[in-house]
Design a protein around this ligand. Structure first.
Ligand SMILES: [Fe+2]
Ligand SMILES: [Fe+2]
Length: 366
């Protein structure tokens, strides 16, 4: 027989002999110790020591008789030594021993380490599988969340787009309403004085062009345009026979007409324009040398916007037919403002206005 202790030491093998009546003969203490049996006990009933062999008796007999080449009978695991190193796994072999008739070698190989590694690997595999499942659930969740987020974004973008469109339409409507309101006020005044129909509109066109030529911002130019279109609104207060009188006015009548700047200011001052429209209206007959009305302001006291409206007003009025005189030409209007440049009218504004007509070909639309 093979040296038990050497096998046990080198390969974890424990050997005994089993004969035809299923008696196990222990040759040394190795297998007994391994199985936790009493070391003095030399033989044992195979099915008591290995109850797992019940049912494979024919196979064992066939091996003992030398008729079978099969040697590996069972892989067994059981608690042999009790905790903590409780579970032991072993492979049980029955090998035909040529030298002994009616008997075979019984070998137990301790594979606990291998099985524990396999178990641990399986456990790791299970853990990895669980982790993969968890991960794929999380991935699915993430995909759903991303889809929901995309859906929300789409909804939000549509809502913003629709709100922006509504706001834009609302702003455009407000702008149209504002512009229509200014025009209505302008026409209301002009209804009372048919000779000045279109005067404020033309003053506006010229005053805006002067502002643009002077390099003012679009915001200031917009204010100049609105103030120009309303600058004579105070004439609503002046009797219409004064406005349309074909002959020269008396001083008293002219004094009534002169009130239109202040009346215009009073009409407009409570409207919350984003520009000084009321003040421009109040100052549009002021002159740089202080000879204007209603307050006799001097150059540095008059708003630039008002100085621009003043020049545009004078040039438009001189170039257009009025009941008390025939229209003169643009040239004589320009020469009037040039003559009084720096005296009655702001020199920069005059220079710009003259350049617009003489060099830039400014014309009112007929
Ligand atoms: Fe005026
Ligand atoms: Fe005017």
């Amino acid at each position: 027989m093979i040296d038990n202790s050497l096998l046990a030491y080198r390969f974890g093998l424990h050997q005994a002999r089993i004969d035809r009546d299923y008696t196990i003969h222990f040759h040394g203490p190795s297998l007994q110790v391994f199985l936790g049996l009493d070391a003095d006990h030399g033989t044992a009933e195979a099915f008591e020591v290995f109850p797992e062999l019940v049912g494979v008796e024919r196979k064992i007999t066939s091996i003992i008789d030398g008729n079978s080449r099969e040697t590996s009978i069972k892989r067994i695991n059981r608690i042999l030594f009790g905790p903590p190193s409780s579970e032991v796994f072993f492979d049980l072999y029955i090998i035909h021993d040529e030298r002994e008739a009616d008997a075979a070698a019984l070998v137990v190989k301790d594979v606990t380490g291998e099985c524990l590694i396999r178990q641990s690997l399986q456990q790791r595999r299970n853990e990895i599988h669980l982790l993969q499942q968890h991960l794929s659930e999380k991935n699915a969740q993430l995909t759903r969340s991303q889809e929901e987020l995309r859906e929300l974004n789409r909804g939000l973008e549509e809502a913003v787009e629709s709100r922006t469109r509504e706001l834009k339409e609302s702003i455009e409507l407000s702008q149209r309403l504002f512009s229509q309101t200014v025009n209505t006020l302008m026409f209301a005044m002009e209804k009372r004085d048919p000779y000045t129909v279109g005067h404020q509109q033309r003053v506006g066109t010229l005053a805006e062009a002067i502002g643009r030529e002077l390099g003012l911002s679009e915001q200031i130019i917009d204010g100049i345009g609105v103030a120009s279109r309303l600058h004579d609104i105070g004439k609503i207060y002046v009797p219409s026979e004064f406005l349309t009188k074909p002959l020269s006015l008396t001083e008293a009548e002219f004094n009534v007409i002169k009130t239109h700047s202040r009346v215009g200011f009073e009409i407009l001052r409570d409207i919350e324009f984003p520009w000084p429209v009321a003040t421009i209206t109040l100052q549009h007959h002021e002159k740089c040398d202080g000879s204007g009305y209603p307050d006799g302001l001097k150059a540095d006291e008059i708003l630039l916007e008002a100085k621009i409206v003043t020049v545009a007003d004078v040039v438009e009025a001189m170039a257009t037919y009025r009941p008390y005189r025939f229209s003169s030409s643009i040239e004589s209007a320009l020469s009037e403002i040039e003559t009084n440049s720096g005296l009655l009218y702001d020199a920069d504004v005059v220079k710009t206005c003259v350049r617009l007509f003489r060099e830039k070909g400014f014309k009112w639309k007929s």
